[in-house]
Design a protein around this ligand. Structure first.
Ligand code: GDP
Ligand code: GDP
Length: 455
């Protein structure tokens, strides 16, 4: 590496950074109006529009990437929703449950000016049951005079309350230091894979695409509920299901069954649930209703799974209802609307008739194999050398940037770092990704490519 003009520490640093596995997940929970969204904005260091959100408005993004003291993690925002038909306690419990289930640590936000309410106590019980590390945030402590209010929150039994003003930033740094102590380096779910155990599948898709029908079809009588948090309104449930002679864990299947008809905020719950399931899973099976036009909501769900870096299978359901004309238009729509997952294995199924159910497992296995693929450095560089020789980067300003060498820094999904002699244009990056896929497969997996430029 050194002879190419990069110093070895720089190369090692870049590989380490690019190779980070899945990030640990922090959930921010609490009653409406305690300041969750304000706090999330503060943590991610951005002014997103979340505080303005009104109930019932579709929230397509509930997970954000954040960095504090050089460590990266994800934040699940449960703000931006309000009381629904279930009543305040049940809706707080439901949102907290989804978020806690997906999280490695939790920030529990309480309004210090108001003090602990019965609803707060109910969340404390959920937190105890879940057993995840909790950092207690006593919010709206805008000045020293509010500190006394914060200390009353010791009564919740969650340890030290951290006085914070999410609005002004007071105390948030100290609280984030505590958060980093509570967060594991890597998500617990990932450690689960390392020691074996069933692979985790999230079956996702917008309402009415046929998720529960498909689950019932594949599960038959085989389903075994493995994780039930009893006594709460809607329990996240993982189920072990045997398919093709292998046991799989379908995560958060309770989210799939419609137990309660939600009105206000239903889309928001759906997003939160999908995000939680995707976080917990290794592979996402995205169900699309082939009988209807592919919608923005379908695309959002696809984006969520891609951005989470999961292995992906796309299943087009209700195939039994398609006539020739619809099939024609479907293919056009797939090309124009779902180009971002053109690399994902595809199955055309009917949860009703059982059509092509047997193709689901091979597709999932293909996607997982792509997700775990590791290309040896020698092979990668032989490939890059030939590629660059045959298709050099366009000359810009009299200079020709070159890819000098590269390495795969990580898997699940595959992450590459390329070292270059100059700025590499987006079009050329896409070309490299396309050729990498042609050469090495990577079917069913997003791949990350970062480029380091020699100074
Ligand atoms: P959420 O429903 O829990 O997400 O709460 P929001 O973040 O939407 O905040 C609710 C209200 O409390 C908004 O009017 C915020 O401006 C206000 N708020 C949030 N944090 C603070 C704070 O630290 N101090 C004060 N004084 N107000 C705050
Ligand atoms: P979910 O909301 O995604 O769980 O969707 P459901 O499983 O509840 O299905 C929504 C509707 O679509 C129900 O009326 C199902 O009977 C119907 N449905 C599901 N799969 C199929 C299919 O493959 N073919 C047909 N014709 N209908 C289906």
């Amino acid at each position: 590496a050194a002879e190419e003009g990069f110093d070895i520490e720089e190369v090692e640093g870049a590989i380490e950074e690019a190779g980070h596995g899945p990030l640990p997940v922090l959930a921010v929970v609490g009653r409406p109006n305690v300041g969750k969204s304000t706090l999330v904005n503060r943590i991610i260091g951005r002014r997103e529009a979340v505080v303005e959100d009104k109930p019932g408005v579709t929230r397509d993004r509930v997970t954000y990437e954040a960095e504090w003291a050089g460590r990266r993690f994800k934040v699940v925002d449960t703000g931006g929703w309000e009381q629904d038909v279930l009543g305040i306690d049940a809706s707080v419990a439901a949102q907290a449950e989804y978020a806690i289930e997906a999280a490695d640590a939790v920030v529990f936000v309480v309004d210090a000016k108001v003090g602990a309410t019965d609803t707060d106590e109910a969340v404390v019980r959920l937190l105890r049951k879940a057993g995840k590390p909790v950092v207690l945030c006593a919010n709206k402590v805008d000045g020293p005079s509010g500190e006394a209010d914060a200390s009353y929150l010791w009564s919740l039994g969650l340890g030290e309350p951290h006085p914070v003003s999410a609005l002004h930033g007071r105390g948030t740094g100290d609280m984030l230091d505590k958060v980093l102590e509570a967060l594991p380096e890597a998500p617990a779910q990932t450690f689960g894979t390392a020691v074996g155990g069933p692979r985790r599948i999230a079956l996702i898709g917008r309402p009415n695409v046929g998720k529960s029908s498909l689950l019932n079809k594949v599960a038959g009588e085989e389903r075994v509920v493995v994780n039930e948090l009893a006594g709460t309104t809607r329990d996240p449930v993982d189920e072990l299901i045997e398919l093709g002679g292998v046991t799989w864990k379908f995560v958060d299947t309770a989210g799939i069954r419609k137990r309660v008809h939600l009105q206000q905020g239903a889309d928001y719950y759906a997003s939160l649930r999908t995000a939680a399931a995707v976080e917990k899973a290794e592979v996402a099976v995205i169900l699309i209703d082939a009988s209807e036009s592919i919608s923005v909501q379908d695309q959002r769900i696809v984006t969520m799974a891609v951005e989470a870096g999961r292995a992906i299978v796309v299943a087009y359901n209700k195939w039994d209802t398609l006539d020739e004309e619809r099939r024609y238009y479907l293919e056009r729509e797939i090309e124009t609307e779902l180009g971002q997952v053109a690399w994902a294995p595809r199955v055309n199924v009917s949860a009703q008739t059982g059509r092509h159910m047997e193709k689901l497992v091979p597709a999932i296995e293909t996607a997982l194999a792509g997700w775990e693929t590791r290309v040896p450095t020698g092979r990668l560089n032989a490939f890059l050398g030939e590629l660059v020789a045959a298709h050099p980067h366009p000359v810009r300003g009299g200079k020709q940037p070159r890819i000098l060498f590269g390495t795969q820094a990580g898997t699940k999904p595959p992450r590459f770092v390329l070292f270059a002699s100059g700025f590499i244009e987006a079009g050329y990056r896409r070309f490299i990704e396309r050729r990498l896929r042609e050469e090495f497969g990577f079917e069913g997996t997003p791949i990350h490519i970062s480029v380091r430029v020699r100074e």
